[in-house]
Design a protein around this ligand. Structure first.
Ligand code: HEC
Ligand code: HEC
Length: 340
């Protein structure tokens, strides 16, 4: 009886606010019915039986049971009526419960989701809005190197799902947001926010922020910048220099002064040049995002195809064959991103 009662009573307590609003009338009826049933059981039913103790000193297992006359008397009828009553109750209660429960669970899931989004919104406004914008529209942040005056562009987050829709490096945007928050982006103004990496936000808070970001997607892609009428050098200075250095000498990203050679260019105008061009272009189009390492953001949607070609041309124009190794420039060591 207690287990039978426990579930609906717990429901009744949880649903209490909604009951007042009258949204779950069946639940109210059910609980009232159950309560009345329990009361009747104790007051007039089998629970109420009293009287002198029979066979007081005979051990329990040896007591004679009721006589046939007693067993077939009104007691039998009473027991059978209670049996019918229980059967009717079970026949009504179980289907009703089965009908109500899925809706109740859905409401709960929705409530939890809304609470997450509200928590995430508050956390976002505290920790992220200064750079990513109050409405997630993006902005800019100071360069971490105090000697560099150019600002670091901060991506908009209200279109992050659309931006990564066809990405070759990111297949789960929620996971991408969480990893970015957990590890930050080495060398960029985007720091790590998880407690485990020196930040101040718990996993729960990070997940709430991700839920909030995903709940306010506009679905619109940003307008790529074409840089019409500006030199390819300009495009490089505006988009690449903050990571690869003014002269592609390397900064948080590797030096690019012999990147064509690294991708197999022999120095001739042949197939090896086409392959190297394609590989460099691919790095720019897809970017490379390895959690915990400096990012190479994707320039899809940031630069038009023509602007990307212009950057590749610029890189080609400054190539030196037999130049420094991946992490080096002119013999001066520059840390490769993997070693940071
Ligand atoms: C100091 C400024 C700053 C703050 C504060 C900041 N970010 Fe960022 N965030 C950046 C920059 C800059 C980038 C881009 C780094 C790069 O160039 O790859 C970035 C990148 C990201 C990305 C990856 C975007 C993409 O397109 O891949 C996500 C997601 C992100 N931030 C979320 C957040 C959230 C959530 C918070 C708050 C907890 C936050 N950021 C706080 C500056 C900031
Ligand atoms: C936020 C910093 C950042 C920006 C901005 C950036 N890169 Fe990178 N780039 C990197 C990092 C870091 C790597 C190394 C990634 C890796 O391999 O893990 C890289 C790698 C590359 C590579 C491949 C190098 C190799 O040897 O494999 C090319 C090519 C490249 N970037 C070109 C560009 C161009 C062109 C631009 C401007 C349109 C640009 N990058 C903007 C950080 C950046």
């Amino acid at each position: 009886m207690t287990t039978l009662l426990a579930a609906p009573l717990r429901l009744a307590v949880e649903e209490a606010p909604e009951l007042v609003g009258g949204s779950s009338l069946p639940m109210l009826l059910l609980v009232l019915g159950l309560g009345g049933f329990a009361l009747a059981y104790v007051l007039v039913g089998p629970g109420s039986r009293k009287g002198p103790k029979r066979h007081g000193d005979i051990p329990l297992a040896m007591r004679p049971y009721h006589s046939d006359a007693e067993l077939e008397g009104p007691g039998l009828e009473r027991a059978m009526s209670w049996g019918v009553a229980f059967a009717v109750f079970a026949a009504l209660f179980l289907p009703l419960y089965w009908l109500i429960e899925p809706g109740r669970i859905n409401d709960r899931v929705e409530d939890f989701y809304e609470a997450d989004v509200a928590t995430g919104r508050a956390q976002y406004q505290n920790a992220c809005a200064s750079c990513h914008g109050v409405n997630l529209e993006g902005g800019s942040a100071p360069h971490p190197d105090p000697d560099v005056t150019a600002a670091w562009p901060v991506p908009a987050l209200n279109n992050i799902v659309a931006r990564y829709q066809d990405s070759a490096v990111v297949d789960d945007v929620r996971e991408h947001i969480l990893l970015t928050l957990r590890y930050g982006r080495t060398g960029s103004p985007m720091q790590a926010f998880s407690v485990g990496n020196g930040g101040a936000l718990s996993d729960f808070q990070l997940e709430a922020i991700a839920a909030y970001i995903l709940s306010v997607q506009t679905g619109e892609l940003p307008q790529a910048t074409s840089y019409v009428g500006r030199s390819s050098e300009d495009v490089f200075a505006a988009n690449c220099a903050r990571c690869h250095g003014e002269n592609a000498e390397g900064y948080v990203g590797p030096q690019l002064q012999n990147v064509f050679e690294r991708y197999g260019w022999t120095g001739e105008d042949d197939a090896s040049l086409e392959e190297a061009r394609a590989a460099v272009r691919q790095a720019i189009v897809n970017g490379r995002i390895v959690p915990g390492q400096a990012p190479m953001p994707s320039f899809t949607g940031v630069l038009t195809d023509e602007a990307i070609d212009a950057v590749v041309d610029h890189l080609l124009s400054i190539q030196r064959t037999g130049g420094p190794a991946y992490g080096q420039i002119g013999g001066d060591p520059v840390a490769a991103p993997a070693e940071e």
